[in-house]
Design a protein around this ligand. Sequence first.
Ligand SMILES: [Zn+2]
Ligand SMILES: [Zn+2]
Length: 210
Amino acid sequence: MYDNEARPGFKSGWGFSCLIGENVLFDTGADVSTLQYNMQKMKINLQEIEAVVLSHAHGDHTGGIEIVRQLGDVRVFVPASFFTPLKRKLSRFRNVEMVEVSDTTEIEEGIISTGEIGRIGEQSLIVHTSKGIVIVTGCSHPGLDTIMNIARRFGTIYGVVGGFHGFDKLEILRGVGMIVPCHCTRLKKRILSVFPKTSLQCAAGFVFNI
Ligand SMILES: [Zn+2]
Ligand SMILES: [Zn+2]
């Protein structure tokens, strides 16, 4: 829904957001107008969104939070150590129930938060699919390898999607069936060239069917 790159007809911006299934919105990008534009273009029914998960407090993931004004009653999952002014802002939306996450937490059936990890306090999602686990990350500040090790407790990793930040231990991606480097991934081009059969380009407007 929001990425540094965009398909023709969609808007790009430095940030990240994606919709998982019909009802879980992961991150909100840096601004609500770009997010809303892309969601409209994708013909997303905002009323079906039941949960918003904010990976970490950085503005390129939380800047579009005003999108909740257009949703029905919604739970917003934030890391427990989340920036206090942002928590306060969330508590002002009448339709929002804020859930603070420390340890692994079920967001809805088949979708689990890793809990907050690392100094920045970032959560990633573990999505159960028929092919295995798909990890969805915001920026991967704790390190993609750390996140993958936690996710492995829940099953075999089939895919990783999201911002991988400065991740450079490419060899650990060998055997992963679907690699989608998005947003802040520094080695995006190299990942796509090292894993031509298993990696996919990321951009706002793309849909990945698993
Ligand atoms: Zn970040
Ligand atoms: Zn980011």
